[in-house]
Design a protein around this ligand. Structure first.
Ligand code: NIG
Ligand code: FE
Length: 439
């Protein structure tokens, strides 16, 4: 049972990341607002004060105290790009790649995203929700408190809506915050191989309107098969009555063309849904093509021109980098994080948790890869995994920093210095995660 008020005390380092109504850029990414012997006061699920233990000690009456000696306390990670609705791992793809085949070769031979369709089409919403919930629990064990979750392996109307319903069900049983995204345009399913534009029409005319429609009350309540929630759903979108807050599209060779992507994103806007894009993972697409959408984020961005970077730096769109996918695909190239940050682009990091390119739920692992392979400093990696991730989901008003008024989403690491978070890899040093004040 979590008390009404909790006081965290004596943190070796408290990382506040305060003062961020907009994403961090350039040198501001390294300003973590570190307080030594730090303390945080939590009441009714919100942060009410943060400072030194001496400053907050007078508030300790009637609070449960958590001693954070030898711990680093920071905002819970915001994992702003995941694909958790799938039925089984893709072990054949994995073996083929280890034997030398590329991601695109495996997809052309019947593997890749299409290999995950059958499992999702055959699974009930309850079964998918169990998978999603399992992933969410793993994520929060690594310090993540907010997750963007995409559909995208059902690829027909019923299966995409069932995938979104599974996300909604899982949200009712997890204490963190979920942001649901429709990714009906992940790849063209086999039955539309010869008529991809008809599939695009279905995404635009059927899936998007259905995902944007108000959800009947019966779907909002606890479902059979999963233990009844104690505290109710926590969907981070401001329109929780919809199945999806965002529409995403995989704009890429072998997936959707820029022209098809524009049609899909225009349909999203017409139905009041926000937009984000997988773009530049395998090949280059000029980003300015998508300027009309003011997308919350562009994700992957392995292939960028100088013109893209200069344009991105002038926008509020966050560049969400997913280096665990490069790691898992065995690539030696990574998105140009240094160039992006040094040019003033707002950079976020996310896991891209999915069965094909990034089967990891660990934000600290992603941060480690970002530091080692993309030369992001540990401080930049932390800003990218917290406040900039919150901006990528338009949740910066309540997530991503430890400031009075924000949700009490907090990760506590068994470390004395924040640089240890990306330093120790392949092990979990997160000792406690507080989700909306609950732990
Ligand atoms: O973000 N790029 C597209 N989607 C995923 C891969 C999905 C899969 O292979 O299952 C990604 O890497
Ligand atoms: Fe992805």
């Amino acid at each position: 049972m979590t008390p009404r008020a909790t006081l965290l005390t004596h943190a070796s380092q408290l990382l506040m990341l305060q003062g961020s109504a907009a994403p961090r850029r350039g040198p501001a990414m390294t300003d973590l607002g570190i307080i030594e012997d730090g303390a945080v006061l939590i009441k009714d699920g919100r942060i009410t004060a943060a400072g030194t233990t001496d400053e907050l000690r007078p508030h300790s009456k009637n609070t449960e105290e958590i001693d954070c000696r030898n711990k680093v306390v920071l905002p819970g990670f915001v994992d702003s790009h995941t694909h958790p609705v799938f039925a089984t791992p893709r072990l054949i793809d994995f073996e083929k790649r280890v034997a030398g085949a590329s991601y695109e070769e495996i997809a052309a031979a019947g593997g890749g995203i299409r290999a995950s369709i059958h499992g999702v089409r055959e699974s009930s919403a309850d079964k998918l929700a169990h998978h999603v919930l399992h992933a969410l629990n793993e994520m929060s064990a690594y310090g993540t408190t907010t997750v963007e979750a995409k559909s995208g392996y059902g690829l027909d109307l019923a299966s995409e809506l069932r995938s979104l319903e599974a996300i909604r069900q899982a949200a009712q049983h997890w204490q963190g915050t979920l942001v649901p995204t429709l990714l009906g345009a992940h790849v063209v399913p086999p039955e539309f191989r010869d008529n991809p534009d008809e599939y695009v029409r279905i995404v635009c005319d059927e899936m998007i309107p259905a995902a944007a429609r108000p959800v009947p009350q019966s779907l909002s309540r606890a479902r059979r098969g999963i233990r009844a929630p104690q505290l109710g759903a926590n969907l981070g979108n401001d329109t929780p009555q919809k199945l999806a807050a965002y529409v995403d599209v995989f704009c890429e060779r072998g997936a959707f063309t820029p022209e098809q992507s524009l049609r899909i994103l225009r349909a999203a806007v017409a139905h009041g849904l926000k937009t984000r894009i997988h773009v530049g993972q395998l090949t280059h697409t000029a980003l300015e093509l998508f300027s009309e959408f003011h997308c919350a984020s562009f994700d992957h961005l392995d292939n960028l021109s100088d013109a893209d970077i200069a344009w991105l730096a002038r926008t509020d769109t966050v560049a969400t980098l997913l280096p665990a996918a490069n790691y898992f695909l065995g690539l030696t190239t990574f998105p140009p994080a240094r160039k992006l940050i040094d040019s003033g682009v707002a950079v976020a990091l996310a896991t891209d948790y999915n069965p094909g390119t990034s089967p990891t739920t660990s934000m600290p692992f992603v941060m480690s890869v970002a530091s080692t392979h993309m030369k992001m400093s540990p401080a930049e990696a932390i800003a990218a995994a917290t406040i900039n991730g919150a901006c990528a989901l338009d949740l910066q008003h309540k997530k991503g920093s430890l400031e009075p008024g924000k949700d009490a989403d907090i990760a506590i690491f068994d470390a004395q210095d924040y640089r240890e978070i990306p330093y120790w890899f392949g092990v979990n040093r997160c000792s406690k995660t507080i989700l909306g004040g609950r732990y």
